[in-house]
Design a protein around this ligand. Structure first.
Ligand SMILES: NC(=O)c1ccc[n+]([C@@H]2O[C@H](COP(=O)([O-])OP(=O)(O)OC[C@H]3O[C@@H](n4cnc5c(N)ncnc54)[C@H](OP(=O)(O)O)[C@@H]3O)[C@@H](O)[C@H]2O)c1
Length: 290
């Protein structure tokens, strides 16, 4: 069963759910996790040069036995070593991954680029990479509206995605990025969604999310978890979810999300209202002007 996809602004299709090889797998061998994820049906893999495990991502892809064209593979550039270009880093990544192209190549963070005045030069390189076919789509990560506005001043290609920390506890501050991206046809990818539940014990959204899990469980006759409710919230908002798990059962839960009964508009607002009672960012990159 293949995952539903969203259409990117360059016409490419992106599976709505991505399996990440950062955080829990950061600097670790991801071979087995990736292989299991692909064989379970997760065809969108999210990697990065910063995670220092691209070889194992490539190994997992190879060992899965699934054809390359069935997969959607992302990697990201964080910085360029002395004397190397952005393209040089991608060529290196492709060698590690054992691939001829990635489906999506992202600038991992705007922060150093803004400091060094390199934003526009890097994006020109990204555009060249797309033209050459080394990446089918290009995008950014952790970009606030002001970073996107700067990049767009001279851009020939509008970024296809912006991957940001997005969950109920940052929704209030992220909503302007979400709206801006929507207005430009930039798809938002969320990371950190499930951190909402396990990094804030007894947080303000727990109650509403548990209540909705109960309603949907009754309606569908299957057990639906709180994590699935958070993913459903993002799916219905047109947001790609990038998460991860060491457990096949949770991978199956992710894949089942699109076919769960829909949340009502009131339920979606209720999640956002409860989320706005706490502002909590779980990751290091401060894109919310705190
Ligand atoms: N662009 C960026 O700057 C950036 C930053 C961070 C992450 N990312 C990407 O996003 C991916 C996902 O990262 P994330 O950690 O932020 O994802 P997340 O969705 O917040 O958390 C995933 C983790 O949640 C755990 N989990 C799920 N349900 C749980 C529950 N009910 N109780 C306890 N633990 C539970 C999983 O552990 P189990 O193994 O137990 O299921 C897994 O390790 C990364 O791998 C990376 O690819 C990108």
């Amino acid at each position: 069963m293949s995952s539903p996809t969203f259409t990117l602004n360059d016409g490419a299709q992106i599976p709505w759910i991505g399996f990440g090889t950062g955080t829990a797998l950061y600097t670790k061998d991801s071979t087995e996790a990736v292989k299991t994820a692909i064989q379970t049906g997760l065809t969108h893999l999210d990697g990065a040069q910063l995670y220092q495990n691209e070889e194992s991502l490539g190994k997992g892809i190879k060992e899965s036995g699934i054809a390359r064209q069935e997969l959607f593979v992302t990697t990201k550039v964080f910085k360029t070593p002395e004397g190397k270009s952005v393209k040089d880093t991608l060529v290196e990544s492709l060698k590690k991954l054992g691939l001829e192209y990635v489906d999506l190549f992202l600038i991992h963070s705007p922060l150093e680029l803004v400091k060094d005045g390199k934003m526009k030069a890097w994006w020109k390189e990204m555009e060249g990479i797309k033209k050459e076919g080394l990446a089918k789509s290009i995008g950014v990560s952790n970009f606030m509206v002001e970073h996107l506005q700067l990049l767009l001043q001279d851009a020939a290609v509008i970024p296809a995605v912006n991957q940001i920390e997005l969950h109920p506890y940052v929704w209030n501050t992220a909503v302007n990025i979400y709206e801006f991206c929507k207005s430009k046809g930039i798809v938002i990818e969320s990371y950190g969604a499930l951190s909402t539940l396990f990094r804030v014990p007894e947080g303000p959204v727990d109650h509403i999310v548990a209540k909705l899990a109960e309603r949907l469980s009754k309606e569908s006759g299957t057990t639906i978890s709180s994590g699935q409710i958070l993913m459903k919230w993002l799916f219905q908002k047109g947001v790609v979810v990038v998460t991860t798990s060491s457990k096949t059962s949770r991978m199956k839960e992710m894949l089942a999300v699109p076919s769960l009964p829909d949340l009502t508009p009131e339920e979606i607002v209720a999640i956002e209202t409860e989320g706005s009672k706490l502002h909590k960012r779980f990751f290091g990159l401060n894109i919310y002007n705190e």
